[in-house]
Ligand binder design. Structure first.
Ligand SMILES: Cc1ncc(COP(=O)(O)O)c(C=O)c1O
Length: 334
């Protein structure tokens, strides 16, 4: 099925997404990294054609994660993902997350002689980087700064979008509207799909400037549309919020019971992290392996955070079981 011709499933999915977000236009691809790669291309073109910048720079955050292609691994502000892949891509600069002064100082420095910064690209919550929620005050300041500078705010919603934060989009949880955002993972409910979503004013792509053979094919768009409709018809977001509360309450009780190992709990909806004490030898991977032996699937988010990202349809009984198994795991480790 060639993407040269109109695909009704793609049109219906784009319609659903634009009706349920701040975006006006959607481009479909096959993964999160590919969506971010396209958003990077879009920001570069916007910088050139709308801002007159010859070599646009995109600012991203330390500890971010944006994917594993060359451009997105460069956008990712974590040297461990970049090691051995030099030369990286030019045109990226990193700032501390949740730190408006750091961002302002970086833009001032980069734009001192001539305008260079075209966009700021952030995750509403840093998932891979340790389940670090974005601060709504910071995001409002970033939004204002981008408006003042006429530069794009791009949000990577690949991990926390599509309901995981308890709202449909992570940007709702931090209280700002991005110019551009990306989605993947949960959008497909198990099939490979990614999406770049933009407002009309920054939809600068012309036909043939960006494309993908399989992007937006009838099968994946049909599945993704069903995922979107199911989120609504089965009130999945309400489940995400209440199961998230249940999980955090239980994890906090566990953290309090094992204070020598656990420093606390943080997260939104159904993306939560059990934060380990920085000085103890145990790392998140030790707990992940021990939990697996008990029959519980969790993953590390950096060295010291155990990440809980259950299915959005997880039941109350499943969460209780997970808490029971986590406690059992820690009891054996301490
Ligand atoms: C925030 C974020 N962006 C991008 C990606 C990359 O997505 P994909 O693995 O679909 O390329 C991920 C994957 O973990 C992610 O968490």
């Amino acid at each position: 099925m060639s993407n040269l011709y109109y695909i009704p499933e793609q049109g219906a999915l784009a319609q659903w997404l634009t009706a349920h977000s701040c975006a006006d236009r959607v481009f479909f691809c096959n993964s999160g990294a590919e969506a971010n790669e396209g958003a990077i291309k879009l920001a570069r073109k916007y910088g050139r054609t709308e801002l007159g910048i010859e070599n646009p720079i995109i600012i991203t955050a330390n500890s971010s994660f944006h994917g594993r292609t060359l451009a997105t691994v460069t956008a990712t502000g974590q040297p461990k993902y970049q090691k051995n892949f030099n030369p990286l891509m030019p045109g990226f600069h990193y700032v501390p997350y949740n730190d408006i002064d750091g961002l302002k100082a970086a833009i001032q420095l980069l734009d001192a002689d001539q305008r260079q910064v075209a966009a700021v690209m952030l995750e509403p919550m840093q998932g891979e980087g340790g389940v670090c929620p974005g601060n709504p005050v910071y995001f409002k300041q970033v939004r204002r700064l981008c408006d003042e500078m006429g530069i794009l705010l791009i949000l990577d919603e690949v991990q926390v979008g599509m309901g995981r934060s308890g709202n449909l989009w992570g940007y709702e949880t931090v209280g700002v509207e991005p110019d551009v955002f990306t989605s993947a993972k949960g959008l497909g409910g198990g099939v490979p799909i990614g999406a770049i979503l933009t407002k009309r004013h920054c939809d600068v792509f012309q036909p043939s400037e960006h494309g993908s053979t399989f992007g937006g094919n009838p099968f994946v768009c049909g599945v993704a549309l069903k995922v979107c409709e199911t989120l609504e018809s089965e009130q999945v977001l309400a489940n995400v919020r209440s199961r998230g509360q249940q999980l955090r309450t239980g994890l906090r009780a566990i953290a309090q019971k094992y204070p020598s190992l656990c420093a606390g709990v943080r997260g939104w909806g159904l993306i939560n992290g059990l934060v380990l004490q920085p000085e103890v030898e145990t790392v998140a991977l030790d707990i992940v392996k021990a939990a697996l032996a008990e029959g519980l699937l969790v993953i590390p988010a950096g060295a010291k955070v155990v990440r809980f990202v259950p299915p959005l349809i997880v039941s109350e009984a499943d969460v209780n079981q997970a808490l029971f198994l986590m406690e059992q795991t820690l009891a054996k480790l301490v």
